[in-house]
Design a binder for this molecule. Sequence first.
Ligand code: ISL
Length: 560
Amino acid sequence: MQTAGKKWWQERVVYQIYPRSFQDSPAPDGGPGDGIGDIPGIISRLDDIKALGAGIIWLSPVYLSPDADNGYDIADYRSIDPRYGTLADMDRLIAEAEKRDIKIIMDLVINHTSDEHEWFQKSRDRDGGYRDYYIWKPPKGRGARGSKGDLPNNWMSFFMEDAWTFDEKSGEYYLHLFHKKQPDLNYRNPKVIEEVKAILRFWLDRGIAGFRCDVINVLYKSSFADGRKGPLPGIEFYLCQEGNHEILRELRRDVLDKYDCFTVGETVMVDVEKAKLLCDESRKELDMLFYFEHLQVDRLIERYIPKKFRPGKLLKVLSKWQRGLEWNAVYLENHDQCRIVSHYGDGGGAYWEASAKLLAVLELTMRGTPFIYQGQEIGMTNFDFKGFGEVNDVETLNWNRLLKRFHIPARLRWKWLKESSRDNARTPVQWSAEPNAGFTTGKPWLGINGNYTKINYASQRGDDNSVLAFYKKMIGLRAENDVLKYGEFRPLGARGSVIAWQRVLGDEAWTVLLNFSPRAARAGSLLPTCGSVVVSNTSRTAITETLLPYEAVVLKSITQ
Ligand code: ISL
C-alpha cells in the first residue's frame, strides 16, 4: 500500500554532508586551513545548499572521535570534535540553517562507540559499574590469544576481520561487528538504552530535526553461539532480531514521538519483508530506511566483486522497493558508495554530463525522500587514485588483505577495489578551479580528483546547462508537482538499455524513459502514445522512437 503522507520530511530533499570533505575554513589566525572540512565551512555554504533546493541536511558524524573509521567511532556523543569546531559552532549551524528554513539531521551511531569512549574505558574494569555496557566473553582457551580456537565464537566483522579482540586489562574478549576500535554496545542492558535516549534528547533539544541511524538493524544480539558458515557467520543472531524492533519502538515512544522529527535507518542485508517490519508506519519504528540492493545489481559479492550491469535488473530492483515500501529513502550515493556517474553512468567518458543528468532524473522521479550526496549535484566522479598508497579507507584495505588471502592477483584486486572503494565518495568537494579545488588553503586530508579544473561548482553555478542547474530544475519540479512526490510508481519495463516507469496521481501520468547506453536505442513499446516533454537532458521538445546516448526524458499526459 502506498499512502499519501505530506509530512515535511516527505516534501523536502535531503543533502548529505560528509563534513571532513565538504569545506575547510581558514585557520583562526587567517593562516592555511588544516585540510579537514569543518562546521564553519558548512555555514559558509548554506546559501549554496539553499540554492540547490535542499530543505534538510544530513550531517555525517561531527562528534569527538579518534577517527579509526572517520568519525563513525564516537568517543563522546555530546561534544564536537575540535577538528570540526565547537558546540557553539554547531548551535550556530543549526540557527543559520533555520534562518534559511533548512532542517538538520545528525548521524546516530549507537551500535558501537569508540574504544576511547569513557564507557568502554570504564567497562574494561570488571567492577567499574560499566562492565555490561559492552559485550565481554571469556577466552575458550583452545589455542593462543587471538587464534580461532580461543575466540568466543566464529563471528566475523563487517570489515572482514574476526569480530572479537582480546583486552589484556580485563582478560576477556569484546565484540565488535566493525573495526576493533568500535566495540559493540550491549543492548540487553536497559541502562544502555537509557543512555541513548538521553543523547537523543540532548540533540533534539538543541534543534536537531532527526537522525540517520547507523547500522540500526544489528543492535540486539540474541545469542552468542557459533554462526552458520557463510560470509558473515553469526548474522542470524543479530540481524533484525525481535529485541532490535523493541528498542526502536521504545526510542520512538519515549523520545522521538515527543518531537517534530524523523528517522532514516541505515540497514544492512534487508529484504523488503524485513524492511517493512522496520519502517511500515503502523509499526512505529523508523520513518524510512536505506538499503543497498539497487546499488549492487552489477555486483557479484557485496560491493566489491563486479558483474555486468543490466538496466533491466536495476528497474526490477527499484520497482520491488518502490512498490514494496510505503515510503522510500531514495539515494544513489553516500559516503560508503562509489560515485553514481562512474557507476551506472559514463563517468570518464564522452557522456559524463548526459549520464549525470540522467541519474538526476532517475533519483528525482522516484517515490520517496531523495537524498543527494555532496558533489553528486555537480557530477563528481570516482577518485582517480593511482594505487593503494592513496587509499585511506579501512574497509578497502581490509578487503585487499582478504582478497590477497584468496590469491586474487594484485592487478585484479586493484581493478575491483579502485571502482568500489568508499574513498571514491570521500575526496573533497570540488568547489572551484582554484588550488585544492577551493576546498582548503592547506593540505587536503585525502587526494583531490585531478578533474576538478573541469568539474567544479563555480563553473557550473553560472551555466544554465550544467549538471548543477539540471539538479536544481529537477528538485524544483519535484517541489511543484505532487505526482513526483506522491504519485504511484508503475514500472513499464525494459527494452535493452532503455528502462521506463510512470508516476500516476489523479488524472496525471508522468512517463520516465532512460537510455543507459553510449549508443542510441529504440524505446519501442515503452513509448507512451501521447504526452508533452516536461524534462529532457537534451534539447528535445517532442518524443521520437529513438533515444540518444544516455538520454533521459519525462513526458506528461492527462488521462481521461
Ligand atoms: O556500505 C557498506 C555495505 O555496502 C558497508 O561498507 C558499510 O560499512 C555498512 O553499510 C555500514 O555503514 C555504516 O556504519 C559503518 C561506517 O563505517 C559507515 O561509514 C557507515 O555508513 C560503521 O559505523
